[in-house]
Design a protein. Structure first.
Length: 608
């Protein structure tokens, strides 16, 4: 048994990695050996030097370099590494990662399947070699970290190619190991035709399968953002797609009525969603033929499982590093774990929700990058605390985009707010401009303070624009009053004269003041319209078998309607009905309500 020593050319220090070959040496023994070698080489023990340096708040530029070892080399890991080297090129930074690739575009994978991204090379943002050249970071691929020895400050790793074991020393350790798809122990998981969607290899093999032909039907298991993106791209390839999900609705994080709208829209476009439906297994002889669900067996040539992810933290089990109940790493606002020299970022860590201050797991590429950048600054000596996530997300579906940020109405209630929400249908650009469409918006605020709490937006256009304004508002802790008169950009191809975001703020303020009295889509669906007479208040009569009220003709009490009659005013979007309500109030009507979102958002039966 012997230890080979490697001296790498980056930086000026000699960086020692011990590779243990032959009989496996006990980790502690091996680690001790590394430190012995370092001492003989005439250096101070790294730990002592590092902690003195960190205590001084030094950047590592002056004396010996602090060794930063990063486990995981995709979004968070490469971001920490690259930014740290920009902050301090002298820093000694090594990435250990399990895969062959680093820095790949995980978020682009569904679009490769759909042939929107044509060339697989476009998925690889950087190869290990180009990343090393660009940044000066050392990258060790196809190497799995299997154990962290905190006392020795070493990480044991195994080559995924040769099985060779090695030990890496660190002063500061960053865990950026991400997460892996949940693979339930069900019958038929190994059948040809059962796919996942996490790595470039997953997308490449799925696309190859599609291009080999003969794929007519697919079942996507999981109606979260990734599952729906995969469904969209399978549909684009001419495949008949069904989505099943155990939850009552697709799109977690959206309130039920918003998710229901999406489900109906998907059905119109040819993607059937079966919610409340559990996956029970895969059936077939060597090759997938059916997906067994709690509802029935569904014919399928392929299935893509996207039922959630689990953090890759199994190798930390004996490390003493504190984990959350969901096995993500618990970190403070500086991403420090329960060990002050070990940090965690990205999908493997739980951070906080900026609005509620509660622990939040936000496995998103956006969060991974922001966290990685911030941690690099901390490691370089100039960090700031991370304010946390807002659970912002956006996703493209066939003919409809969906975005959200902040708290949904349900989440706001759970967080102890007294939330008030409104659903609006507003123009996304000047209505006369070619290509104009609607945004369907659900905006939520705190009733008592008017604090803006969150938004959910659906529409064919730039829903991200609406979401991003909301993110800014949340970040600056704005109230609706702060947002009322924002001077946002307008020209007909882009927006409306009063921006659709501000328009919705105004509608919510009107609702809160009592000027706009409404029935919510949730109340309507629950049967609240029962005691009301539905009145068509649209620009043109649009509902059958209900009386029509033309705004332009209301100039006094309306024949046939008592002033205390309970009237539910329905138009296409909600705006015209509001104007009718306003006019009726003037003439003494006291019991009118407007159906939020009108006939666009609600299923208003013609004969009701
Ligand atoms: C199909 C898809 C679409 C997505 N779309 C979006 C989107 O549109 N927007 C968005 O914000 N987010 C999106 N995401 C999420 C985003 O990709 C992840 O949040 C992000 O990649 C997390 O980065 P990470 O560095 O924490 O983890 P990962 O990207 O998972 O990287 C971790 C790396 O660590 C390696 N590793 C794990 N364990 C070990 C170990 N023991 N030793 C060594 N290496 C290890 C893994 O092999 C992996 O390469 C999408 C994800 C997928 C799969």
């Amino acid at each position: 048994m012997f230890i080979r020593l490697y001296h790498f050319s980056y930086g000026s220090s000699s960086d020692i990695i011990a590779v243990i070959t032959g009989k496996r040496r006990a980790p502690k023994e091996a680690a001790a050996r590394i430190h012995t070698v370092e001492r003989r080489a005439g250096r101070r023990p790294v730990r002592a030097a590092a902690s003195e340096e960190m205590k001084r708040g030094g950047s590592g530029k002056e004396n010996r370099k602090v060794k930063v070892l990063i486990i995981g080399g995709v979004a968070a890991g490469t971001k920490v590494a690259a930014k740290l080297k920009r902050e301090d090129f002298g820093a000694d930074v090594t990435i250990l990662t399990m895969g062959k690739d680093i820095s790949y575009a995980g978020c682009g994978l569904p679009y490769y399947v759909g042939d929107v991204i044509r060339d697989r090379k476009q998925l690889i943002v950087n190869t290990p070699a180009s990343f090393e050249k660009l940044t000066g970071v050392r990258v060790v691929t196809e190497t799995e970290a299997v154990k962290v020895n905190r006392q020795e400050k070493t990480v044991e790793a195994v080559s995924t190619v040769t099985g060779e074991r090695s030990v890496y020393g660190y002063d500061k350790l960053v865990i950026a190991t991400g997460a892996s798809p949940i693979k339930p122990p069900l019958e038929g998981m190994d059948l040809e035709g059962v796919f996942f969607m996490r790595t470039p290899k997953d997308a490449i093999t799925l696309r190859e399968r599609i291009e080999a032909g003969d794929v007519k039907r697919a079942v996507v298991v999981g109606g979260g953002f990734i599952g729906l993106e995969v469904a969209e791209n399978l549909l684009a390839r001419g495949i008949k797609v069904s989505v099943i999900d155990m939850a009552p609705h697709v799109l977690p994080g959206f309130d039920p009525e918003m998710a229901e709208y999406v489900e109906e829209h998907l059905a119109d476009k040819g993607i059937m969603t079966f919610t409340g439906t559990r996956l029970e297994g895969f059936l077939g002889e060597g090759r997938l033929e059916k997906v067994q669900t709690s509802r029935r067996a569904m014919k399928a040539d392929l299935a893509v499982l996207s039922i959630g992810i689990r953090p890759n933290t199994g190798f930390l089990a004996d490390s003493g590093i504190e984990l959350m109940p969901n096995k993500t790493v618990k970190v403070d606002a500086y991403f420090r774990t329960s060990d002050e020299d070990i940090y965690a970022v990205g999908d493997c860590a739980t951070v906080t929700n900026r609005e509620t201050g509660q622990p939040a797991w936000s496995p998103m590429g956006s969060s991974a990058n922001i966290e990685g950048r911030l941690l690099a600054k901390t490691l370089a000596g100039g960090g700031q605390p991370y304010p946390g996530v807002l659970q912002t997300a956006v996703c493209r579906l066939p003919g409809l985009n969906a975005g959200r940020t902040g708290l949904s109405q349900e989440q706001a209630k759970a967080a102890g707010y007294d939330p008030v929400s409104v659903v609006t249908v507003v123009d996304d650009k000047a209505h006369y401009y070619p290509g104009a469409g609607n945004f369907i918006v659900k905006m939520t605020a705190d009733r008592a303070t008017g604090k803006f709490l969150g938004i959910q937006v659906l529409g064919p256009g730039a829903v991200d624009k609406m979401v991003d304004i909301a993110v800014t508002a949340l970040t600056l802790k704005a109230s609706l009053a702060d947002l009322e008169n924002m001077d946002l950009a307008y020209a007909p191809p882009f927006s409306t004269a009063i921006h659709p975001f501000v328009h919705t703020v105004n509608i919510l303020l009107n609702k809160m003041s009592g000027a706009f009295e409404t029935m919510t889509p949730e109340e309507f669906a629950a049967g609240a319209a029962g005691e009301y007479q539905i009145v068509d208040a649209a620009v043109q009569p649009s509902l059958k078998n209900v009386p029509y009220l033309d705004l332009t003709k209301i100039d006094g009490p309306v024949d046939g309607f008592a002033r205390d009659a309970k009237l539910l005013l329905v138009c296409t979007k909600g705006k015209r009905a509001y104007m009718v309500q306003n006019r009726l109030k003037y003439f003494g009507y006291t019991n009118t309500k407007v159906l939020e979102g009108g006939a666009t958002f609600n299923r208003v039966e013609d004969d009701e």
